[in-house]
Every structure is written in C-alpha cells, then in structure tokens.
Design a protein around this ligand. Structure first.
Ligand SMILES: [Zn+2]
Length: 105
C-alpha cells in the first residue's frame, strides 16, 4: 500500500521519473518523490543521469531531423541506454570519450 506510505521505495521512484520529467505527477506524489530524493542519494544520482540521458536522446533526434533521414540513430540511442544501465552515470559513459588519444600523442 504505497499510496498510504509517505516514503516511496527506490523502485517506485524510478517508475515515476518519466512523469516527473513531464511534470505530470499529482502534487501529493511529487511531494513524496521530493522527500525520497532528499533522503536517498542513489535516487538523486539516478534521476540526474536519467535527465541527462533524456536530453541526449532529444539532441540525437534533433540531429536525425537535420541530417540524412536514412540514417536512424536508434542503434546509438539503444547503446547509450544500455551503457547507462551498466555503467551508472552518463558522465561515466561520456568520460570514455575524453580518454581517446589526442592527435599526435
Ligand atoms: Zn532511493
């Protein structure tokens, strides 16, 4: 009966993140979400990563619209999503890009 429990579980928080991003949560649920996020560092980090990932996906869709419509970046999006789940944070994922050898090095 999570509806009566003022503290959401981490699983419940994850399930609510899409609606949170759309600002479509009822105020009572939003307050529970904020309380959980205040108390749970893991969910705060997950939420931050989730938002960054959604931003990247939207950016990729913009690229798709501007360039060759025959090349769909769905595979790239899928890889980012898989990587996000296995690594933890987008910055970890993108950090790998910084490790590429510099030209002339
Ligand atoms: Zn949590």
């Amino acid at each position: 009966m999570s509806g009566l429990n003022p503290i959401l579980t981490c699983r419940e928080v994850i399930d609510l993140l899409a609606d949170d991003l759309d600002h479509s949560l009822p105020v009572s649920v939003e307050l529970k979400l904020k309380l959980h996020l205040f108390l749970c560092r893991s969910c705060r980090r997950f939420r931050r990563t989730y938002r960054k990932t959604v931003g990247i996906v939207h950016a990729l869709r913009g690229v798709e619209d501007r360039f060759d419509p025959g090349i769909l970046p769905e595979e790239l999006v899928r890889r980012i999503m898989m990587r996000r789940q296995s690594v933890g944070t987008v910055s970890d994922t993108l950090g790998g890009l910084d490790n590429e050898p510099a030209a002339g090095a």
